[in-house]
Design a protein around this ligand. Structure first.
Ligand code: UDP
Length: 238
């Protein structure tokens, strides 16, 4: 299949949950391996891939704050959780033969490179997968916003959000059997109807920079490459 992918350079947003598999905490090696194989397929059809990974499978700042931690401290802990996920994902990607660099927004010289925009672009041009760790590096943000920010900085053609379901629905498809999936939505639809795609700052940032957000299921086998080939099931916000 020698098709030109829909997008030349993508930012893939993976929540921490995407690495959790059927567990309720942490990283499932089998799931990390499967996600890595899917990323490899995307590389193999010529798409440049950078990834922002979340940390919700390990620690969420807002939960820590609710339990009495200072919010900034809790958010820093959340960002450190994303670094663990980034290292696990790097390891899994390298096992399937994908050259990968982790660039952290919180400098951590022994385990990652510092985030330097031009360096990240160079890695992508050389065919490496770049994993952005530690979100934006700032508390009070989410990795969704980090994904929109890095997608803009890297001049990505699309932000692909791998989620638990295959797109955006008008109701929760797990609870309501009559829920229908949107094929396309505008950024304003998402904001005004408060649809749970990404948080509002991530949507606004993508809107200002004209970067489409493609929501697809990370659990469906080969779906990333299908979406890139224009054949997958997804919702496009743009
Ligand atoms: N976080 C932060 N600043 C950022 C990105 C993330 O403070 O720019 C913290 C925040 O506490 C968040 C945690 O890191 O709860 C994990 O990220 P997120 O909840 O976005 O992960 P996901 O839901 O995608 O797994």
């Amino acid at each position: 299949m020698s098709q030109t992918p829909l997008y030349k350079r993508i930012l893939l947003k993976l929540s921490g949950e995407a690495l959790m598999g059927n567990g309720s905490y942490g990283i499932d090696p089998e799931t990390a391996a499967r996600v890595s194989r899917e990323v490899k397929q995307a590389r193999d059809i010529g798409t440049e891939v950078c990834i922002v990974v979340g940390g919700g499978n390990i620690f969420r700042g807002i939960k820590g704050a609710a339990e009495g931690l200072d919010r900034s401290t809790a958010d820093h802990m959340g960002m450190l959780a994303t670094v663990m996920n980034a290292l696990a994902l790097q390891n899994a990607l390298e096992k399937v033969g994908v050259d990968t660099r982790v660039l952290s927004a919180i400098p951590m010289a022994s385990v990652s490179e510092p985030y330097i925009r031009r360096r990240a672009i160079r890695h992508l041009e050389k065919g490496r997968v770049v994993i952005f760790a530690a979100g934006t590096g700032n508390p009070f943000f989410t990795t969704d916003t980090a994904a929109a920010l890095r997608a803009a900085e890297m001049n990505c053609d699309a932000l692909l959000k791998g989620t638990q379901v295959d797109g955006v629905y008008n109701a929760d498809p797990k609870l309501d059997l009559s829920a229908t999936r949107y094929e396309k939505l505008s950024y304003m639809d998402v904001l005004s109807q408060d649809l749970k795609v990404m948080d509002a700052s991530a949507i606004s940032l993508s809107r200002e920079n004209n970067i489409p957000i493609v929501v697809f299921s990370i659990h469906t086998e080969n779906e990333l490459v299908n979406v890139l080939n224009g054949a997958g099931t997804c919702t496009t916000v743009g």
